[in-house]
Each structure stands twice: as C-alpha cells, then as structure tokens.
Write a protein that binds this ligand. Sequence first.
Ligand SMILES: Nc1ncnc2c1ncn2[C@@H]1O[C@H](COP(=O)(O)OP(=O)(O)OP(=O)(O)O)[C@@H](O)[C@H]1O
Ligand SMILES: CC(C)(CO)[C@@H](O)C(=O)[O-]
Ligand code: BAL
Length: 298
Amino acid sequence: MTDSIVIFRTVSEYRNWRNSLPNNTSIGFVPTMGALHQGHLSLVSQSLKENTFTVISIFVNPSQFAPNEDLNSYPRTFTQDLELLSNLNIEGKSVNAIFAPTVLEMYPSGIDLDINKQQGAFVSVLGVSEQLEGQTRPNFFRGVATVVTKLFNAIQPTVAYFGQKDIQQTIVLKRMVKDLLIPIEIKVLPIIRESNGLALSSRNAYLSDELRENSSLIYKALKEGESAFKNGKSRDEILSIITKILLKNEQFKIDYISLADKETLQEIDDLSNGAILSIAIYVTENERTTRLIDNIIL
Ligand SMILES: Nc1ncnc2c1ncn2[C@@H]1O[C@H](COP(=O)(O)OP(=O)(O)OP(=O)(O)O)[C@@H](O)[C@H]1O
Ligand SMILES: CC(C)(CO)[C@@H](O)C(=O)[O-]
Ligand code: BAL
C-alpha cells in the first residue's frame, strides 16, 4: 500500500508541504503539460529511482503557444493522468505530489497571448532559442524558459527531468540554469517510441491510427540518416536521403531537417564531432494539421 498523491493547486499550499520535508532531502521534478504517456512515465520512473520525493507538474502553459496554435484544443486528461501516476510504483516508491496550478496562479498579473501586449517579467535564453523550433515558433522558448523558471521557484527541486524528444528545449534550459545560477540539475532521458518507431507525444492523440502508422516514416528517415552518417556521407547527402524518404508521404510537409552542433545548435557541414539530426514535419489529414518533431544524436 502506498501513500496517495497530494494535489496542489497553489504555490502556498505546495510550499507548506515542501517546508514540512526533512532538510537536504532530494526532490525530483518532472514538468509536463499533462496528457501523460509512457514517455512522461519514463521520466517519472527515473525520478522515483533517484530521489526521496517526486513531484510532477501538470500545466498547459499559455505563454509558449502562439495565438494560432492549439492552446484551446491541447489534450487535457487530468483524471487519466492521475490514475497513471497513482499506479506507478518503482522500487517501493510512488509519486508524492502533483502541482496543477491555474493560469492565474502562474501568471498573477495575467498573460496575453499577443506578445506585443505582454507585460511584466519573462526569461529569454538568447543564441539557442531562435533557430529550429524557435524559427517556426518565435516566442516558444521565451514561454518555456519563463514557465520553467516559475515552476523551479515554486517547486524548489534538486533535479529536474526532461525528454530528449524536445532536444532544443533541453539545451535552452541547461543554458538557462547555468547562466542564471539556478541550483537545479537538469537530466535528459531518451525518447520513448511506439513499436513502429514513432516518438510518443501528447499531440499524437490528434492523429488517426493510419496517420500514426504512416508517421513512423519520420523515425525511419532519421535511422537512414544515421546510417548514411556512419557510412561517412556528407551533410548534403544525408539531408537529401532524408528528404527523399519524407517526401514519399504526401500528407507530410517538411518544416526543417537539421544537422546542428550539439551545443550551439548552429547548422554544421563538418560532422566529425557528431551532430544533432532533427526533423519537424507538418502532417495533415481531414483538414487538421499537426506538427511532429523527432531527433537522433549522431
Ligand atoms: N516520447 C518521449 N520520450 C521521452 N520523453 C518525452 C517524450 N515525449 C515527451 N517527453 C518529455 O516529457 C516532458 C513533458 O512534455 P509534454 O508534456 O510537452 O509532452 P509531449 O508529449 O512532448 O507533448 P507535445 O505533444 O505537446 O509535444 C518533456 O520534457 C518532454 O520532452
Ligand atoms: C517543459 C514544459 C512542461 C513547459 O511548459 C513543456 O514545454 C513540455 O512539456 O515540454
Ligand atoms: N513538449 C513541448 C511542448 C510544446 O510543444 O508546446
């Protein structure tokens, strides 16, 4: 029998609990936007293995969505999420707390989706936020860095767990904690995939079974790119192999295929020190377009 999970809606309720814990105890933290899947659970499981206490946040953060994006339709499945977390027991430990605040709790002065109308404090991580995801989603990383800073201030964890699927996010956040002297360790864990190779993602819920199957082509393209890299092919050759594979599916529109430096995320020709091979694709069916991302570290 394990203790049940405590759900906190406010920072002050959470802090009361946090202050009741022994000094110097380790708190593992997994920030999420909910609609939990096995990718999230792998992060939670690692936290349970490595820490005395584990806290998950579930918060769909408005400031990382552009006005034309899916903030309103983003899947919200709290009851199911709670059940998944309640059933998770690793080495006799289970999740202690869920922090699921309201928007007003996280943005006490309010938050406008229109960046030109936003006021107040935000966090920007310059140099690694503008390319790739940031090119298509210009204010995305400002929103992510801002909410993760707020979550870190609220939760005060020892270590925080993120997935490699959002690899640029992990680079931005590592840079953020380094530059802002935030005393929290960031750990990055591997991508969990469906059996066909498709990276698990909450937004896969938007896809039909058929499109989920077809979208496994993204991973196949990454693996072909990896083989080409191992066979000594050049940047242009690798990008051309991947493009040909992806264009086989007429439901796909390529946003980017990138071979970038592992630290700076600048595009590189010289692959002798490896690279991050990443892909973003728009997939469309029944007039609904979903953006999928995936990557492999070479
Ligand atoms: N397949 C996966 N394997 C490992 N970690 C993952 C996977 N998918 C998401 N994560 C990680 O879970 C954390 C929370 O992500 P989030 O709640 O946005 O889920 P998501 O599935 O990435 O959703 P979205 O579809 O919005 O991108 C992030 O650190 C993210 O990288
Ligand atoms: C880190 C995060 C929870 C911030 O809202 C989100 O970007 C995500 O789930 O990857
Ligand atoms: N996992 C990244 C969150 C987002 O796409 O908004």
